[in-house]
Design a protein around this ligand. Structure first.
Ligand SMILES: NC(=O)c1ccc[n+]([C@@H]2O[C@H](COP(=O)([O-])OP(=O)(O)OC[C@H]3O[C@@H](n4cnc5c(N)ncnc54)[C@H](OP(=O)(O)O)[C@@H]3O)[C@@H](O)[C@H]2O)c1
Length: 255
């Protein structure tokens, strides 16, 4: 993918991975708008020179008006990144987890679908463009403290595969970004060994820039998770990751 002259909207670009990739796309020569809910983050990014779009991916009306605003300002929009996501811990022994499960599915899965639906007619009509969906190593190797998160990302993986097949022949590509644990505000609390954001972004931009762009963007660190089942490491790694259940507040001091 040529990264030097794209017009990119990163939905979920107000912090973390999305914000860093927004900066990297600009550094590579592309025009970038970022979307999200936080008015403060949006106004800081506007001061930095980004186009900004207010959007809540859990609200179809908000997604539609964000789409209209984005296309009015960027009629040549060719790349849409569905980065918005929440990463919530859940204790499945406590029925109160259901609220987190609903938020997770509404944001990570339905939010992705809402954004893709909103921009598909534009990209198909252009006859060229790219959706970049965002899953996780956890889509392929569950992390037991975040069960609905794992389910939502496995679902986005499956959805991305089907979307790619359905858009075949339209000129619209689907690229799935599969991050490992990356040291953003959300992850640092959960995993002190997370990959530094800078290193992750550098590797992602290198992989995105290859010709032809891979269907899945897999940095080195995530390959062990992506291929755990194929490589026979799945059961052992899930058992290892289950030790992290001790981090659930309700399990502190229990076995
Ligand atoms: N960090 C990791 O270790 C890791 C690993 C694998 C996958 N990922 C995935 O990478 C993506 C970014 O994660 P991150 O670590 O960069 O987290 P982050 O810093 O918390 O960023 C999350 C982004 O999602 C946006 N967002 C959340 N709810 C939204 C909503 N209802 N509507 C619109 N935007 C919403 C946030 O913007 P507002 O708050 O402004 O709305 C923010 O821009 C997520 O999909 C995450 O699951 C992260």
């Amino acid at each position: 993918m040529d990264l030097s002259n794209r017009t990119v909207l990163i939905v979920g670009g107000t912090s973390g991975i999305g914000r860093e990739l927004a900066r990297r796309f600009v550094a590579a020569g592309s025009t970038v708008a970022v979307g999200g809910r936080s008015p403060q983050a949006l106004s800081e990014l506007a001061e930095e020179g980004f186009g900004t779009i207010s959007i809540d991916v859990t609200d179809s009306a908000s997604v539609a008006s964000a789409r209209d605003a984005a296309l009015a300002r960027y009629p040549d929009l060719d790349t849409v990144v569905t980065m918005s996501g929440v990463m919530l811990l859940e204790d499945l022994r406590d029925p109160a987890h259901f609220e987190a499960a609903e938020t997770t599915i509404d944001t990570n899965l339905l939010g992705t679908i809402r954004v893709i639906d909103a921009f598909t007619p534009h990209l198909v009509q252009r006859g060229a463009g790219t959706f970049i969906t965002v899953t996780s190593g956890i889509a392929f190797l569950p992390f037991p403290p975040m069960p609905t998160y794992a389910a939502s990302k496995a679902a986005v993986h499956a959805y991305s595969e089907a979307l790619r097949a359905q858009l075949d022949g339209t000129g619209v590509d689907v690229v799935e970004l599969v991050p490992p644990a990356v040291a953003t505000a959300g992850q640092e609390k959960v995993n002190p060994h997370a990959l530094p954001l800078d290193d992750f972004a550098t590797e992602v931009m290198d992989l995105l820039g290859t010709e032809p762009t891979p269907r899945e963007i897999l940095v080195d660190r995530v390959r062990v998770h992506r291929w755990a089942e194929r490589d026979g490491a799945y059961d052992e790694l899930v058992a290892q990751r289950s030790q992290a259940l001790a981090m659930l507040p309700s399990r502190q001091g229990q076995r």
